[in-house]
Design a protein around this ligand. Structure first.
Ligand code: 5GP
Ligand code: ZN
Length: 104
């Protein structure tokens, strides 16, 4: 599949990774909008939040419970924001599910 985040997750395209485990990866956004701006991404391809089903309950739990760990690694435990853009009209430009994890 010609998906940039699949390739980053697989290590086929370089990225500035800040966290990785068996199911997910987090890396710094190439065009940060805030001082800290990372993307938290499942290794499996999911097109976006609108494509989520009950089958994704486990990976969604893994993603969300990794977020405070990643926030700690990035030094923003005291204050951070998490956002998802779903659909082109909402600003989604990469159609592989990702959470923006940002400093305020
Ligand atoms: P979206 O607009 O889909 O919510 O977010 C996509 C994000 O991915 C954008 O903030 C954009 O800067 C980032 N991005 C796009 N391509 C790359 C890339 O190749 N590497 C990294 N690290 N970030 C990327
Ligand atoms: Zn993908």
């Amino acid at each position: 599949m010609n998906c940039i985040f699949c390739k980053i997750a697989a290590g086929e395209i370089p990225s500035d990774k800040v966290y990785e485990d068996d199911r997910l990866v987090a890396f710094n956004d190439i065009n940060p909008q805030t001082r800290v701006h990372a993307l938290v991404v499942p290794k499996e391809h999911i097109a976006g939040a609108a494509a989520l089903t009950e089958d994704h309950a486990e990976i969604m739990g893994r993603l969300w419970t990794a977020i405070p760990k990643i926030a700690a690694l990035l030094g923003v435990s005291e204050a951070f924001k998490v956002s998802v853009n779903s659909g082109a009209d909402a600003g989604q430009t990469v159609f592989h599910l990702h959470f923006h994890l940002q400093s305020p």
